[in-house]
Every structure is written in C-alpha cells, then in structure tokens.
Design a protein around this ligand. Sequence first.
Ligand code: FAD
Length: 460
Amino acid sequence: PDLKIVVVGSVAAGTSAAAKARRNTETAQITVYERDHDISYSGCGLPYFVGGEVADIDDLTPRDPAWFKARYDVDVHTGHEVVAVDADGRTVTVRDLATGRMFVDSYDELVLATGVRAVAPPIPGVGATGVFSLRTPSDAGAIRAWIEDSESRGRTVRSAVVVGAGYIGLEMTEQLVARGLSVTVVEALDHAMPRMDADMSARVDAELRKHGVDLRLATKVVGITSDDDGVAGVEIDGVGSGVGADTAHIDAELVIISVGVRPNVDLAEQAGVRLGPTGAVAVDRRQRTSVDHVWAVGDVAESFHVITGEPVWVPLGSTANKMGRIAGDAMTGGPLEHRGILGTSIVRVFDLGVAQTGFTEGQARAAGYDVEVLHNIKPDRPEYLGGKPLVIKAVADRATGRLLGAQAIGASGADKRIDVLATAITYGADVADLFHLDLAYSPTYATTKDPVHYTGMALT
Ligand code: FAD
C-alpha cells in the first residue's frame, strides 16, 4: 500500500476517520485497534436502552468488524489495546487482550481516537455492586440487568440515586423514572444543568421536581453504603433543598455516577504529544498533533471556539464525528479543516427540550464582554394549535451587537431555534440580523413572527 493508517479507538471519531480516508483512497491500508468489543455504537442512545425506549441493544450497535471490512476494507481489531507509541520509529505496540500476546505494528499516519473515561469520584464505597457509570453498551446492559434481575436477586431495585445533574445524569434520571423507579438526583452545584445560566437551569430544576424527582442541590454524596446484596444507599452532606432535605442517608438499590468525563490522553502523552490548556490533546485545524504523523480526533482532542478562536473542550458526538472526517480527509490529501465549535447541545428532560449554543451570560461576562441579555418567552406555535411557552435567552456583545450565545428551553421547538441561532452565530450575525431571517411559517410549526425574530427585535 502507498499509505498505512493506524487508528486507535473505534467509536465515533475513529470510525469516521477510517471511513473518510477510505472514501478518498482505495489503496491505503487502514487498521483500527479497539480495546473494547463494541464499535461504532451510538453512545448517545444508551440511556434510552436502559429505560426501554430502545428495546434492543443491537439497534445501537449495528456495525461489527465484518461490516467495516465488507463496506470499507478497513481491518477493525476489537479486544486489542494499543499500549505504546514509538513516534520516531512510527510503530505502535498492541496487546491482544484475549491472549495477552503483544506485537508491533507500523504506521505512516496514526490517529488517536481514544475518547474519554467517566470520572470516578473518590467516594468511600463507590466500588460497591450496583454503582455504575454509563459509557459503553456493556455499562448500559449491566445497569438494565441490575434492575431487571433484581427481584430474583432478592433486593428489588425501587429507588436510585443519580450523582451529578449534567446531561447524562438527567437523561438517566428521566429513563429511570420512566421505569417506575423513585429517583434522587444529588448535585454539588446550585442547579441541574449547571453549565447553563442559573435563571435557565432553574426551569430544569422545576421540571425534574414536577416529575417527582427528589432533587438535592448544593449537596454532595460523601459515602456509599452496601452489604452482601450490593448497594444500599448513599450518605449526603450539604443543605439539600428537596423534600426531606435534612436526611443524611438516602436508601437506593442503584447508584449512577455521572460527574463528568476526562480525556484518555495517556497514550498521547506517552507518544510525546502536547496537551492543550484544557487538558485534552492540542491539535491544529486539520487535527494534527504536535508530533509528526500523529493526529487526534473526537473527545480526546481539544477544539477551538468559533467566536474567540480560543481552545475549548466540549466532548460531544456531533463534534467527534466531524473531527474524524476532517482528519481522514486531511491525511489523504483532502482540503477539510475544522472551523471550531460553539458547544451546541440539547437534552430532553421529561417534557422539555433544553438547548444551548455559544456563550452563556456567565461565560460571556467571564470572557470580558459587556453583555446585552435578550430574553423572551413566546409560544413556539399559536396556542390554538397547541403552542407552549418557549424560553429563549440570548446574549450579545453590547459594543458590536454581535450574538455570542443562546439558550432555549421549551416543550417543543427548542431544537430548531437553537440550530438557527447557532447558524447565525457561526456566520457572525448581529442581534438585529435575526429579525430579517426568512424563516418557515405555518401555524402547525411556528408563529408569524418566530421566537427567533422576537430575539432579533429585542433591541429595536
Ligand atoms: P469514545 O466514544 O470515548 O471512544 C473511544 C474508544 O477508544 C473507546 O471505545 C475506547 O475503548 C477506545 N480506546 C481508548 N484507548 C484505547 C487504546 N489504548 N487502545 C485501543 N482502544 C482504545 N454526544 C452528543 O453530541 N449528543 C448526545 O446526546 C450525547 N449523549 C451521550 C449520552 C451518553 C450516555 C454518553 C456516554 C455519551 C453521549 N454523547 C453525546 C457523547 C458521545 O457519545 C461522545 O462524544 C462520542 O462517543 C465520542 O466519540 P470518540 O470516538 O471520540 O470517543
């Protein structure tokens, strides 16, 4: 072959890189090493398998190595961990986890797509059975089995504690409630979705409580209790703010830890690759690292902010796919370059879509902007066709009028508005520009003046 590409990691970013490289060149030899056994799966769909909204795990893991071989002539080796990189000799050392056999493979271009791992907080008792974090299909299967087999084990799972109220914690909360469990969410900060502005995330707090979730804010889990049958509960410390806020112990037969993720940079560091200020791997716009012929894509890699150009790290599947495609293109002579991110994201929390893009008010102020806040609550459609309030909070630079970010929360339509606003920010729109956007209208979908138009009218 004229080019030998080795990819480490095979979920979103690694497989995108391999697939794009193959589309650009028929002759390259492309090999992917993955230490897990599932590949190219939808991590984002896992909470819905736990809850039963997705019935079959195979729906989230539709591809296997044979599929990649047939479709892309890419050799995917699962159960194979890359344990070392020799960047000067351009080789990797690989361990076959089934046999323990070690071997060396060579590369012309090496793609690190090693992703993240869930943070394991140093809580006494965190190793008890029945305490999980959610990252892989195996995790999802184990959580679901822990619930479904619990009656036959003799301790039926009726209540759960979710530690951490970020988006994964809240997706799990929704799905566990859907399964009929009573759920307590313990969050160390003052609100659920703590990365949003407090006035917006307070709406998420209210939605959780409306659905019977016992939400303990400004509260920490300081211990996990268990016996021979597994986890029995958690010890909490803090003011709490839910029903029974003075309780120091919460019974639970299931605990989900969702307190964040950290990039798997060990291999990159071992290869001598420079990390950025966020702690993830520093890359240029083509996803090249500081070491020749070593690329980094997906959650392990840093990105940069569309508005400021500064390094940022927001590990999301949307970005991971894009980065993989860019690296696969660039290393085979293509023109693609990364254009940065706004950290655009959305999560369903019971009956609400909760979305954000760009800077929050807090982030914009911290970045030194003189901030103009634009706030409106409008129905997403006419009320005569079931319209419900959609709250949009946008922030702009008072000096220039430029839009810096937006948050949207509503029963429907938050997804569309956040994407319009993300697009507008990407192309440098001012607040006033929003009013002039020619947006689709029918009363079945929107109002004559769309909520986005109202945001654009706020200053005039
Ligand atoms: P990963 O998915 O972390 O994959 C990295 C792979 O590399 C792993 O399989 C690992 O085993 C392998 N690996 C690491 N080191 C080695 C080594 N040395 N040798 C061999 N293999 C190695 N994103 C969104 O945009 N929207 C969502 O709604 C959303 N929901 C999510 C819900 C959940 C529950 C989770 C867990 C994630 C969600 N995400 C979401 C995030 C999204 O799943 C990730 O951004 C995406 O999976 C990142 O892909 P990746 O390929 O960079 O890394």
